[in-house]
Design a protein around this ligand. Structure first.
Ligand SMILES: *Cc1c(COP(=O)(O)O)cnc(C)c1O
Length: 357
């Protein structure tokens, strides 16, 4: 039976990425060696990093005064690295969920953190609006897509202070204006590559303001100067990321991705809104994520949750269990998820409704 992979992360990757990576595990760039057993400083691997950087720049239209870094440590290490490198007097954060809170916790170790707005009062089911960003903050941090709650800031906000964005789960899902951000970062395992590589897009002039010493590995400047080669980078995930970037170019880039993502998410939200057994946890259409779609059983039908999970599993739906802090279901519809998988889930929901109401 065909499996439909709705995991939130690690998550579905293009078949192209998996096949090319599998080939390179056996024979990398005609070397007769595995990509896992060649020097990261070999000319063949340097070419991989160079091309991945070039495609990152092309796909996102990254201005020349920004660097693209491939680091280890996951997005979670960035939660600390950002204040370590940018925090002088005070930082501002938007609290939109678990990941935002984790970032806030790290920043608080460096001093005053102004949480300008929070959606915690309604279990993070919306994106706060109408807040003001303090002009004396060293930076303002947002999480553009809240993977757990299914909310998303689908536009580039204007910030009077340097804007820092965790885009772990929506990078390359839509066009962005990089010039509005000082730093964009994320773990690769949602929309780009296997776990292990963290991308950082950083405006070069944002650094150099902190007075304290920075441990070498925690200093962005180290990695900018060494072009991600200060230490051994995660070679296999970087190789795989390059394949996904090539796939993205071939598919028409982020504009084309966005069109498909809008279409896929629309199919599923429409069915959730129509189906008498299900309801979305995020009500406001403008806040609904195109990447993680959360839904629960409607009132009076809560007892059918387990039955739907089992029915959907029997139809090949994988990874649709909601995060424990939201409950219900979450279907992640990342770039690599084919439209057919969304159509199959919609058909499964319709069939379940027919049999159960
Ligand atoms: C998954 C995720 C993280 C955590 O990433 P790690 O690479 O596991 O540290 C952070 N932020 C968001 C928005 C995520 O989806």
């Amino acid at each position: 039976m065909k499996k439909h992979n709705f995991y939130a992360g690690p998550s579905i990757l293009p078949q192209f990425t998996i096949e090319k990576t599998a080939e390179a595990i056996h024979n990398f760039a005609g070397t007769g060696l595995s990509v896992m057993e060649v020097s990261h400083r070999s000319k063949e691997f340097i070419a991989v990093v160079d091309e991945a950087t070039k495609l990152f720049r092309e796909l996102l239209n990254i201005p020349d005064n920004y660097s693209v870094l491939f680091l280890g440590g996951g997005a979670s290490t960035q939660f600390a690295m950002i204040p370590f490198n940018l925090f002088v007097n005070k930082a501002a954060y938007l609290n939109t969920g678990v990941w935002a809170k984790k970032a806030i916790k790290e920043a608080k170790m460096f001093g005053e953190v102004d949480v300008v707005a929070s959606s915690e009062d309604k279990n993070f089911s919306y994106i706060p609006k109408g807040y003001s960003i303090p002009k004396d903050a060293d930076y303002f941090h947002i999480t553009t897509n809240n993977t757990i709650y299914g909310t998303e800031i689908k536009y580039d906000i204007d910030s009077p202070v340097p804007l820092v964005a965790d885009m772990s789960s929506d990078i390359f899902s839509r066009p962005i204006d990089v010039s509005k951000y000082a730093i964009i970062y994320g773990g690769a395992q949602k929309n780009l590559a296997p776990a292990g590589v963290t991308f950082v897009i950083i405006r070069n002039d944002i650094l150099g303001n902190v007075k304290h010493h920075l441990p070498t590995m925690m200093n962005y400047q180290t990695h900018i100067d060494a072009e991600s080669m200060f230490n051994t980078p995660p070679v296999l995930p970087i190789f795989a990321a390059l394949q996904t970037l090539k796939w993205l170019v071939d598919k028409g880039g982020v504009e084309a991705m966005n069109k498909i993502n809008v279409h896929k998410a629309g199919l599923l939200y429409n069915e959730i809104d129509r189906n008498s057994l299900f309801k979305a946890t995020v009500i406001a259409e403008e806040d609904r994520s195109l990447m993680n779609i959360c839904f629960v059983m409607t009132e009076g039908n809560e007892d059918k949750e387990k039955a739907f999970f089992e029915f959907a599993s029997s139809k090949g739906m994988i990874g649709i269990k909601g995060h424990r802090s939201v409950g219900g279901f979450r279907a992640s519809t990342y770039n690599a998820l084919p439209v057919e998988s969304v159509e199959a889930l919609v058909a499964t929901m319709q069939e379940f409704e027919k049999d159960n109401s």
